[in-house]
Design a protein around this ligand. Sequence first.
Ligand code: ASP
Length: 371
Amino acid sequence: MKNAMFAALAALFALASPLAAQESAMPPDEPKWSIAIHGGAGTLDPDRMTAERRAEYEAALQEALDAGAAVLADGGSAVDAVKAAIIPMENSPLFNAGKGAVFTWEGRNELDASIMDGRDRSAGAVTGVTTIRNPILLADAVRSESEHVFLMGKGAESFAATQGIETAPPEYFATESRREALERMKARELSALDVDHKFGTVGAVALDSQGNLAAGTSTGGMTGKRWGRIGDAPVIGAGTYADNRSCAVSATGWGEYFIRVGVAQEICSRLRFVESEAFAAMMADGDATGPAELDDDLRTEMQQRVADAVMAEVKQLGGDGGVILVTPEGNALYSFNTTGMYRGRANSEGLSEVAIFGGEAEAGASNTPDH
Ligand code: ASP
């Protein structure tokens, strides 16, 4: 049965969903929401993290998760929930986003962020901003208040001024530990990956009670980045993607590989495709009358396999990192090929959990570290 489903995929690849299919498939009388967050993935070793440090990270993740969940529990939108979850992580020096961002080779903090609304696939992104307190808010203003998708540097900051977006002096973003990481890197002539294998980018994905999906990601990039290097986080389709027909994804990891694979959009496209095929196969077997009758466990397994398959491609090319995703049914899944990923998820059924290392707590997470 499963083989039949996967075998006929090619025949259905050209199947175009009508635009109306982007509307929610959720019945309106069942308010259901779901959210997942991440605070970066990397080589995280439980033996080298003190209990205090761990508690600090868990508290920061829980605060972000609670902020996003509160918006959704109140009937708020997925886009608002994503922003609400990301802002506390941008404000926390623990993560590589907003305050606490890594340093460029020249000793600056240059910030990237993006956000996407799965309802209409409107998207906004900014790169290389140095004075925006919460880059995710500027990305969302680009999405909702401009006719553009992607703005850079000074131009993005000029646009921010027209929108009354809060600024901060460049020094606000600087932290001692990130400066030391840059110095270590320069002194030992290490690459960004050698010195800073705990990426620390932040992201959130959400399904709201209207059945809409959204995703957002915010980062300082990678330590010692130079020559105007831009990673995947602000690139729509690489670090962030949302489409009500399939899923919302936020990524973290070695950005160059995520751009090359087009990770976030690739996961969403494959899910859309597999879902269509699964439906068709079941129809052919005569045991379903519509997509809603697809077995929940089978659907979840397929979704996890799709995310894992795309992450396996990243690994095959030599990259590492992870993704979080939420689907229209409210499944919140993780897939990462590092030893850990700061993460959490919550839903309207009472789930609320945060985790750091691979194999912790949750079902529905896949972790295949290679170191
Ligand atoms: N993906 C980010 C970048 O390459 C880094 C990270 O995830 O921390 O810029």
